[in-house]
Design a protein around this ligand. Sequence first.
Ligand SMILES: Cc1ncc(COP(=O)(O)O)c(C=O)c1O
Length: 401
Amino acid sequence: MSYNFDEIVNRYGTSSIKWDLNAPKNQAGATRPIPMMIADMDLKCPPAIIEAMRRVAERGVYGYTSHFAEPRYLAALCDWYGRRYGTVIEEDWVLYSTGSVTGINCAVNAFSSPGDGVIIMSPVYGHFRDMIENETYRRVVDSHLINTDGYYTVNWADFEEKCAQPTNRVFILCSPANPVGRVWSEEELRRMADICKRNHVTLISDEIHSDIVRSGVTHTTILKAAADHSNIIMINGVNKSFNVAGLHCANVIIPDENLRGIFKSRFGEHLPSPFSVAALIAAYDESEDWLDALNKYLDDNIDFAMDFIKERMPGVKIRRPEGTYVLWLDFSGYGLSGEEIHRRIYDNARVLLQDGLVHDLRGGECFQRICIPVPRALLEEALTRIAAQLEPIPAACAIKV
Ligand SMILES: Cc1ncc(COP(=O)(O)O)c(C=O)c1O
């Protein structure tokens, strides 16, 4: 089946955070902003999900729902992991969560105490820092990644040293890595897992972006890579992959019974809606070809963006991400301050991105993150607006007479 990802879907008036809250239509006299800061797609989700939503809506009763009451929910998830990732998941290991961040938050609370260190690897999804400091009152311990021409790798000596400190109790891994686009190799993952195990650090692997990878790249789950699962929590969901984040459907997967028991005693039981149960089943059982087509469209969007940037914004450094649908743009080549870059893009070009400092307090000043799962025409319009603010002023215009 073919899918038309070029279709522009009007999201104004849909209670969208991205379009209605952050980029409202009715700003007097101003050019309408293009919001490309939030990791949700402006692309319609798979027809099987739309049809499943219609069937649920038509029932007219939306009472309390449990995924345990629908055997296909857990079976579809386990089949998906077996089929796509060669990873065995047992149904008992799976706990429904309204979001991956909700699951991570609970795991941090369950496996550390206020004041303890929680290790992250910046640049990384900024909400981790926020949650650690402002929601769970732990300390951020940043084992900063090493940037070699836009390719980010782990600083192993530093990571090992940070894991060895007894008050650093939890490591939150972003796999694939948002915003730097790495898909960690099996070897890298095994090494991270071994270091955590040896040092009694609980490893939470946020794999919410795992279904979005470039062609030829394979995501390895932490459960496949790690020899020992006794300290491992893996989190995934259909939210990102199938563009159903508003349905709040993620899963916390904990193979170890003891670890799962501790987590559950904090987490309690979260109930899905009838829509989220139906969406997961329709996604995993009926929408695999859509996901493959989506990945192809995103590959092409990335190629388009990279060619455009190379030609029209030569001062921007960019590396093709191995996974995710975000690009991590380094504007340092223009010699402008972070503030000036922000002003030109957000205020002048009217394109809303995410400042690099959100994801990397130490080195993010001249970076911007752009989310590209949008129709190509919109991507082109956004990049054209930004490029116009960066082009050198032609000499003839610069001289005012
Ligand atoms: C790495 C990462 N984790 C978690 C989330 C949020 O996911 P959820 O809506 O399932 O909490 C995002 C959203 O952008 C993300 O990029």
